[in-house]
Design a protein around this ligand. Structure first.
Ligand code: FMN
Length: 337
């Protein structure tokens, strides 16, 4: 048991160090290929633009979620508490990193227990969906949610990362029918999220059919988890797969027509223009992880400043296309550069 926990914590520290120190972004953001339809006379006052959005019953200052990251026992609490304080101050949602460790080591819940710092914005717990093939079910998911008083849970899907990870869990058999049985028993909203390889149309359609209402398509164009895991190996497997997957912009376009499914755009969101383009391509919200990692290791103020910068850029992007609210931005058509 101790070995299991120590391995997870060591791996999380490896991930942080690799993301901070190595090149982990093999591709440009998929949104850079497109341009917003600029208006020389937007016919609105920039100060009047309403960037607010709603998510899980809460009002956000702009449509953004800080994406799941985890720090392990040493850095986890300071990372999560700073991110939570910043999320509350700016008015965005926060996703926690994978919390599976707390099922084996309940005292590790401390590093995720940050709802007190962000009472008015949604906080999402996190677990790998593949874990339902390794002994976990609705009870464990509810326990994870309740342990931090979360408003929902990200269940991440990451087959390529697990395959490249030296100690990965790769039994992805029959997860869709198993998830279908679990959904009615989980008492908070579930968001299925990828981690940077994208969600294809067939999978998204089947998830919608079994009752999933939210997916974060998290595609390529940002952090490559094959590449991150590749740095932890001695061969070239991660390097080989580093740019495989579906670009985030494409994952939005192929899934936007699925009835009843709300899309979130993660993977390569690096500025407010990317958020505006994601909304125009059908996303309700956008997420980013890597851009918040170094600030979270520094201070709450550093995180606030990244979030305020994103919001300001998003407002200017809306101004440049003459959209005074999100519902107008959703109708904007992008073209290829
Ligand atoms: C340091 C770090 C740790 C992460 N840990 C998790 C995790 O525990 N669970 C998860 O679902 N995603 C995790 N992710 C993936 C991100 O949530 C996100 O989906 C991915 O990095 C793509 O977004 P990006 O290009 O903005 O980094 C992590 C990302 C980073 C940078």
């Amino acid at each position: 048991m101790a070995e299991f926990d120590d391995n997870i914590n060591e791996r999380k520290l490896d991930h942080i160090n690799i993301v901070l120190k190595k090149n982990v972004e093999p591709l440009p953001s998929s949104f850079d290929k497109y341009r917003l339809p600029f208006k020389a006379l937007p016919e609105i006052d920039m100060q009047d633009i309403d960037t607010t959005a709603s998510f899980l019953g809460a009002k956000l200052s702009f449509p953004f979620i800080i994406s799941s990251m985890t720090g392990g026992p040493e850095k986890g609490y300071s990372i999560n508490s700073r991110l939570a304080e910043a999320a509350e101050e700016v008015g965005v949602a926060l996703g926690l990193g994978s919390m599976r460790v707390i099922l084996r080591k309940p005292e590790s819940v401390k590093s995720f227990d940050v709802k007190k710092y962000c009472p008015s914005v949604p906080l999402l717990a996190n677990m790998g969906l593949v874990q339902i093939n390794y002994g976990y079910g609705a009870d464990e998911i509810n326990r994870i949610i309740d342990s931090v008083n979360a408003d929902g849970i990200f269940l991440h899907v990451n087959p390529l990362q697990e395959a490249v990870q030296p100690e990965g869990d790769t039994n992805f058999k029959e997860l869709i029918p198993k998830l279908e049985k679990i959904i009615p028993k989980v008492h908070k909203p579930i968001v299925i999220k990828e981690v940077g390889t994208g969600i294809d149309h067939e999978t998204a359609r089947r998830l919608a059919e079994i009752g999933v209402k939210w997916i974060d398509v998290s595609g390529t164009g940002g952090t490559s988890w094959s590449w991150v895991e590749g740095y932890r190996r001695t061969d070239d497997l991660g390097d080989l797969f580093k740019a495989e997957g579906i670009p985030t912009a494409e994952a939005l376009m192929i899934n936007r027509s699925i009835k009843g499914l709300n899309l979130i755009a993660g993977g390569g969101i690096r500025n407010g223009i990317h958020i505006a383009k994601a909304v125009a391509l059908g996303a309700k919200l956008a997420t980013a992880a890597k851009p918040l990692l170094a600030p979270a290791l520094e201070s709450t103020e550093a995180c606030v400043s990244v979030l305020e910068k994103l919001q300001n850029e998003f407002r200017i992007a809306m101004f440049s296309v003459g959209s005074s609210k999100i519902s107008e931005l959703q109708k904007v058509k992008l073209s290829e550069k």
